[in-house]
Write a protein that binds this ligand. Structure first.
Ligand code: HEM
Length: 493
């Protein structure tokens, strides 16, 4: 009996030893490269710091610890990542040396068709799809899509009117994420889902499931990325497969319906445009496969949902907390739009609103860390990057660096006057990334945000309410305000 126990204990000890050896095998990478890094835990690398400080503060802590370095090292459990702080280097990685940093690191692997989306695609396959999808976001196409946004904004306004009349205090994010989803369903797939009136519609419930992946599997994969393949073989998926299938069916049904009713090319939504990609380019082999089309349709939903509703709600809240900014925003809207509803053309001239949006995304960037993978050995500004190294840009720490942004925690839209912008490094503000792999949906996102905000400010004045908590305390684990973004609305005279 004693011998059996001893053997089991010895085997367990050996397994534990092998596990620790495996997890820490890469932990001398930076020492060999002569790059500083925080001391890693043998199993979770530097990951414990994320739990300790939260996703935002952790960036600031180490950005400041290595203040005089261009680059420092970091271990996401066993995976080494070079964190690049120097803005000239960031520029070279995103633009000049782009061919060496063409890929993005995916946190976890997903199966087709979701894997065929632009965020995830690599190398030549990414280039091929990006070339086809890029024209769908041109000015003329956005102009055509804008009427979907304008229509949904009117519905949003009716809902807001009721809330204002009853004096209800509103959590801006809840309210605006319902609106954002309505815009996605309509600009993406010509669907009218009215989430504001009908919050439990299947499009909304399934979308919420997809943006909140299985927390247990997600944490395990963050700690041990190589588990992805094992989970995949076991049929365990980090993203809810049923929800993804739901969206594939929505897209499939919309395609069939359009073909049947002869509506192809007539709805002017994203689906129309990607369906027509071949005809539009007029070149052979320029069409998307079905799987690629589904991949782009799905990413249209997921890249544009949480991001847009974050920026919309934080900007509305920041302006509500600053009555002087609010007054200026409203004066500008009155001057440029008059009584005309905000639309594609007139929101282009709202320069002060644009400054407020930029300042809000600086303080609460939905993409607070951007990464690339080095695809061939290279050297940037005297620093060597080996093939397969993950490279990350600490967007939040750069956005709150007091050397670049005096009083960094203060909401001050004046930072974005043309003169002030001119005086800063152009890569000091990176909410949509940069270079050939930047956010393809940026102009659509800004259009939607501007039409929605201008429509709200034209009719209402958002103000503090009994539940408002300001300054905002960002959550440790997401781009969320710990105490919500509570405001109330007064009708404008
Ligand atoms: C305010 C809202 C948004 C923010 C802050 C945002 C931010 C970003 C950022 C930082 C990236 C990575 C860029 C890089 O690596 O350099 C990105 C990529 C991407 N975004 Fe957005 N995004 C927003 C809205 C949207 C919308 C509405 C869509 C879709 C219509 C979209 C689609 C994408 C896609 C497809 C990519 C991957 C592009 C590629 O790899 O080629 N985004 N976004």
């Amino acid at each position: 009996m004693l011998t059996t126990l001893a053997i089991i204990a010895a085997i367990l000890a050996l397994l534990a030893y092998m596990f620790v050896r495996y997890m820490s095998a890469t932990h001398n990478t930076f020492k060999k490269m002569g790059i500083d890094n925080p001391p890693p835990n043998p199993i979770i690398g530097n990951f414990g710091n994320v739990f300790k400080y939260g996703i935002f503060e952790v960036q600031k802590v180490f950005y400041n610890q290595y203040i005089d370095k261009k680059v420092y090292g970091w271990y996401d459990s066993r995976r080494p990542t070079m964190i690049v702080k120097d803005l000239d280097m960031v520029k070279d990685i995103f633009v000049k040396n782009f061919n060496c940093f063409v890929d993005r690191h995916s946190l976890f692997e997903v199966d087709p068709p979701f894997s065929d989306n632009l965020l995830n695609l690599k190398g030549e396959h990414w280039k091929h799809v990006r070339n086809i999808v890029t024209p769908t976001f041109s000015s003329s196409r956005l102009k055509k899509m804008a009427h979907h946004i304008e229509r949904n904004t009117k519905i949003m306004l009716e809902n807001l009117q009721a809330l204002q009349e009853s004096g209800t205090e509103v959590e801006a994010r809840d309210f605006l994420s319902a609106f954002t989803l309505d815009v996605i369903a309509s600009t993406g797939f010509g669907l009218e889902i009215n989430t504001l009136k009908n919050p439990n519609n299947p499009f909304a419930t399934e979308a919420k499931k997809v943006i909140n992946p299985n927390p247990l599997l997600f944490s395990l994969i963050l700690l041990i990325p190589s588990l992805t393949k094992l989970f995949s073989r076991l049929g365990l998926s980090i993203l809810p497969q049923k929800s993804l299938q739901y969206f594939v069916k929505v897209v499939e049904a919309a395609i069939e319906e359009r073909k049947r009713d002869g509506l192809e090319g007539k709805v002017n939504d994203f689906l129309d445009l990607v369906m027509n990609a071949e005809k539009e380019t007029g070149e052979p082999h320029k069409e998307l496969t079905r799987s690629e089309l589904y991949g782009q349709a799905l990413i249209f939903i997921f890249a544009g949902y949480d991001t847009v509703s974050t920026v919309l709600s934080f900007t509305l809240f920041f302006i509500a907390m600053h009555p002087d900014c609010c007054k200026r925003v409203q004066e500008e809207i009155d001057e440029k739009c008059g009584q005309t509803s905000p639309n594609y053309d007139n929101v282009q001239s709202l320069a002060y609103l644009d400054m407020c949006i930029n300042e809000s995304i600086r303080l609460a960037p939905p993409a607070f860390l951007i990464n690339r993978v080095c695809v061939k050995d290279t050297e940037v500004q005297g620093v060597k990057f080996p093939k397969d190294m993950v490279v990350a840009v600490p967007v939040y720490a750069i956005h709150t660096d007091p050397e670049i942004w005096p009083e960094p925690d203060k909401f001050d839209p004046k930072r974005f006057t043309p003169e002030n912008k001119e005086s800063r490094h152009p890569y000091a503000h990176l909410p949509f990334g940069q270079g050939p792999r930047n956010c393809i949906g940026m102009r659509l996102a800004l259009l939607e945000i501007k039409i929605a905000l201008a429509t709200i400010f034209q009719k209402f004045t958002p103000t503090r309410c009994s539940k408002s908590v300001y300054p905002i305390q960002l959550s440790k684990m997401g781009v969320r305000a710990n105490d919500g973004l509570w405001i109330k609305f007064a009708a404008r005279k």
